[in-house]
Write a protein that binds this ligand. Sequence first.
Ligand SMILES: [Zn+2]
Length: 353
Amino acid sequence: MSVMKLPGAALLALCLWLSACASQVVTGVSAIADADCAGHEAIVWQPAAPSIWVWLPAAEVELAEANGGHVAPTAVVVDGEQALVVDPGPSHRHGLRVRESLRCQFGARVTWVVNTHAHAENVLANSAFADLQSAGQLRIGASQATRDGMTRRCPDCLASLIRRVGEAAMEDTRIVLPDVTLETGTVLRVGQRELTVWAVEQGHTEGDLVLWDASHGVLFAGGLVYGQRIPELAQGQVDAWLAALERMAALPVREVIGSTWSSGSAGQLPPAMESTRGYLSALRSGVLRAMDEGAMAQDTSAVPLPAYSHWAGYSERHGFNVLRAWRELEPVWMEQDAAPPVSMPGSVEQPRR
Ligand SMILES: [Zn+2]
């Protein structure tokens, strides 16, 4: 679709939400006449709901030089001349592109950046908004746990991301911390739109922020909902994550935007919510079963999940998830009375009780 000239972003959003337009993708909207925009690199924004747009990665893959760290969606809420960015991305360059796109394609200025959780590919693009934050023109919000996690881990995760995607993609990226603590019930306003902090969970990380747009049934779930990629459990907890998914499933969710974008239909929840729950449930039951059979924690091959082996990151991350889940679930297994005796004494190591 070529660059369109429309009176404003609101009309554009309305147009695109109509069925005649909804299947199209916005590559450019020249809402303001600005010479600086002549050379800007337009983003292909896809409409998820009125005023809500998503910039998807090219594919559901692992971090690599080829994708510059863009492995999770960047979402924006645009109303009038204001914009809110949910998880600005992995790098200064990525964040600048978002900022310029909102200015040039929507005629909007970013007033809010929200960090759903403390992972490098989601938060390091805060860097591109640091000058606005310093000038008091923009706030960066996150849970206290995410701010603490960024303080603790971001120096290492910035170095790690540079190693994985290369120095060029990460040029000028520096750690910029949130300046506003968001808590359950906090309402964020963007023009006439309102987003509610529905919960701060402890599933994918120590403080996963969930934003809820009740008027359109859009849930911003951060890292709590994955697509066809193996969930990252390094800072997470299986049982807390499953509980968070259960609470989210009680909402009338039509669109979920997290580590993927997934749409519900005919009153059904977006399928990514169920598939994420499916993987974590299989991981949990597989680890407990392996314990019953006397396997050892380091034997990650004892918990194969072939149904998920085609997901991106299976070979890189599933074994680690087994270790992580094992550490969490061992006390659970030791306390439960249901663990059956080992069927072949002497042939396998006895489980510790
Ligand atoms: Zn994450």
